[in-house]
Design a protein around this ligand. Sequence first.
Ligand code: ATP
Length: 436
Amino acid sequence: MNEQQQKMENIISLAKRRGFIYPGSDIYGGLSGTWDYGPLGVSLKRNIMQLWWKMFVDEREDMHGVDAAILMNQKVWQASGHVDTFTDPLVECGECHGRFRADKLENDQKCPTCGAEHSFGEARQFNMMFKTNVGPVDDEASVSYLRPETAQGIFTNYKNVVDTFYPDIPFGLAQQGKAFRNEISPRDFIFRSREFEQMEIEYFVDPAKWEESFEHWRQQVWLWTQALGLPDDQVHELEVPEEDRAHYSKRTIDFEFDFPIGREELLGLAYRTDFDLMNIQRAAGRSMEYTVKGSNTKFVPHVIEPSFGVERTLMAVLSAAYTEDEVNGEKRIFLRLPHHLAPVKFAISPLVRNKPELVERARDIYQRMKQVHGAVIWDDNGNIGKRYRRQDEIGTPYCVVVDFETIEGDGTVTIRDRDTTEQRRISVDDLVSGNI
Ligand code: ATP
């Protein structure tokens, strides 16, 4: 195992041990490609999703949010091309009958499971949508799919939003939510899952001005990766050549990240032209034209799509934050998470557990802190050194200790910084008001 593989293993084990991410249905032996979030994982994931919403919806004038149903009329997926083309090439081993994604095989002559040579037949196209039936009748008309992307829920609501809000162009619609893909080989922790979450933006533009908006979103993506604490030199733009682009795209940049599993796609930025709106116009028989306010200029807008995966973002954040160093000659593991993403912001402890006056004062400070900062935990387990290690491992930026000086002296508490491990004294008022 090389250093990066070891790092990945360490992150997966920390994620489980500390209650970030557990394998899905673990107690029943698991369900491949699914993951469950524990108390810290759900906070980290929410912090990422809220930051995204704040940056790309709340702080902007030109963006609106939507939240569409996951189950949609099957016509959506026919018109979008997903029923016919949302496929990956599948091969099956003639010996062990293992199934693999043909384009991801390192050696297309040898089965990665049983080692049989020349065992694969022709690749066939495997549709990755999960099919289901809506309602009690199991026939063609009731067929639906778990959405494989959130984007179509935005396109199908484009007309609703234009009719009710009439936003100036360019404008964007944003959505966050679950997406499902029956991946042939889910792998690499949460990187390739069968159920995951997306954060997508469809940005509607005047066709003559698409390049300007593409450039704008390209810059926004960099601001986003910086806000996540990902080092610039670990994020890479890959200009996707025409032959590798999705059929609807005239230009795509994949933003890749140096994950411990290698350099892989973190998110995509695509110029989707008017492909989706034209498909809807044809299939639904409704005009998708936009009339520029105060003029007779009409067009079907073109679309720039920045598409983010929550799981890959979370995995990148954990990878960038995972750090090992040495404190007082002892190995330490800590998550150097940006403070705004850390699942716990403060841990509050009494110096000792057997002095009621001290514990009472500490609990009082803890309650006040919780009212103001929310993500604050009480930690009185083990000695102070152990508490610090535990908080370091989950990325808590500050540990606060209430001691005898607090109750008998000047009322200050000790605050210890995760990254530098330095400790200093601070007044409770400064602590509560975040003046640190
Ligand atoms: P890949 O080539 O890795 O399969 P993709 O190009 O099919 O990905 P898109 O269709 O562009 O992915 O989806 C947009 C984003 O959704 C991706 O950049 C990624 O962050 C996320 N994503 C896609 N598939 C998965 C998956 N199976 N598990 C987790 N996240 C995913």
